[in-house]
Design a protein around this ligand. Structure first.
Ligand code: ATP
Length: 284
């Protein structure tokens, strides 16, 4: 095989709780993560010698600062394929720096795609190790589905899949760095936390409405103080019939879950009058 096309799927957080700040500065989290059908497309073409990348987003770096390139470098090192290279053609649809793990998704898709292209020299476990070294969300992006993530996000437990449902994603045109949001969080002063245990029980019972009722992200308080648009979007989704709505990751994208497809499409249509990055997708 010379060439392979792979999809890199985004994730949303159904819940996100920050438990404590560790001595090394990282934060311990507990979150329910869900793959959604919004994706980047990646074509991997074998070539000898070097790793190159081109993408449809002009401002994204094309060198080792791009997680897709870094993933390819790590793959060739780990698989001892020193003379090999790859041309990576990346079509991005997942908004960048949006809380949807777009870069991590690309890295995960490159790792698994190259492993397929080269006849599976690395085990899934090894791919997960390489992924964890690239970023805390990469192992989830390799595994997909519905997961409980603990530790700094890298410790994963597979959960029963969330019943398939419609998801409206809306990213307001503001930026929120993950480091900034974490710097503003004081774990001892968090007033409201998600009911993760209740959400887990609901998931195990296949109770979609029960999960939706418990969706919450402790980073929302900080994010909303910076950007009112986040709470405006959340309110608009709930008013349009969402079963639940929550900010994903460190934001600013808000995800609304709708059991009714028509309501999801109408909500996406209304939001797109105000916001450019609006998607109507599904859980996977
Ligand atoms: P997370 O939800 O994991 O915190 P995010 O969705 O907030 O991630 P990304 O879209 O992954 O953020 O982008 C974060 C940063 O990573 C950006 O500043 C971008 O320049 C850099 N980056 C490197 N490679 C990529 C890539 N392939 N796609 C998107 N961003 C990338």
């Amino acid at each position: 095989m010379k060439e392979l096309t792979v999809r890199a799927y985004a994730k949303i957080n159904l819940t996100l709780d920050v438990l404590r700040r560790r001595a090394d500065g990282y934060h311990e989290v507990r979150m329910l993560m869900q793959r959604v059908s919004l994706c980047d497309d990646i074509v991997l073409s074998r070539q000898s010698g070097d790793i190159s990348l081109r993408s449809n987003v002009a401002y994204l770096p094309c060198d080792s600062r791009n997680l897709a390139v870094r993933a390819a470098e790590r793959f060739f090192d780990a698989a001892a394929l020193g003379g090999e290279g790859v041309a990576i053609d990346l079509v991005k649809r997942i908004p960048v720096a949006a809380g949807l793990a777009g870069g991590s998704a690309d890295a995960a898709a490159v790792l698994t795609g190259l492993n397929t292209l080269y006849g599976a020299p690395l085990s899934e476990e090894r791919l997960m190790e390489l992924g964890a070294a690239l970023g805390a969300d990469v192992p989830f992006c390799i595994a997909g589905g519905t997961m409980l993530a603990e530790g700094i996000g890298e410790r994963l437990t597979r959960l029963p899949a969330l019943p398939r449902t419609n998801v409206v994603l809306c990213k307001p045109p503001v930026s929120l760095s993950t480091a900034y949001v974490y710097s503003k969080i004081r774990c001892s002063r968090i007033r409201r936390r998600p009911d993760t245990a209740g959400a887990l029980d609901a998931l195990r019972a296949g109770d979609l409405a029960g999960v939706c009722r418990r969706m919450y992200n402790v980073m929302e308080d900080v994010a909303v103080q910076e950007h009112r648009a986040i709470s405006d979007i959340k309110s608009a989704m709930l008013a349009a019939g969402a079963d639940g709505a929550v900010m994903s990751g460190s934001g600013p994208t808000v995800a609304g879950l709708f059991s009714n497809r028509n309501a999801a499409e109408a909500c996406a249509c209304a939001l797109s009058n105000t916001y450019r990055d609006v998607f109507c997708v599904e859980t996977m």
